[in-house]
Design a protein around this ligand. Sequence first.
Ligand SMILES: [Zn+2]
Length: 88
Amino acid sequence: MNPAKTGVSCQVCGKQRDAGAIHARQSKLLKQVKNLLICTKCEAEKMEPRAFIIIVAKSKGVEAVADYIDNDRYHGPPIIAKEIARKL
Ligand SMILES: [Zn+2]
């Protein structure tokens, strides 16, 4: 156990934050996710989890998440067409 790791992980950027800097809210992309743990920084930047963007792109088409992709509203490597084109 690392005593320094007492925070909560943000589900959008994956970083450990103090519990007070993270809250649960409904995902804007996947409404069925009611308890997305998001830090205040990701919230301010209107980020969503990278995986959610890919799921929505596959199910509803890339137009549904074009703003997220165009404006890099996710963490991690750039989302590439290959990830979106692959069937669910
Ligand atoms: Zn975050």
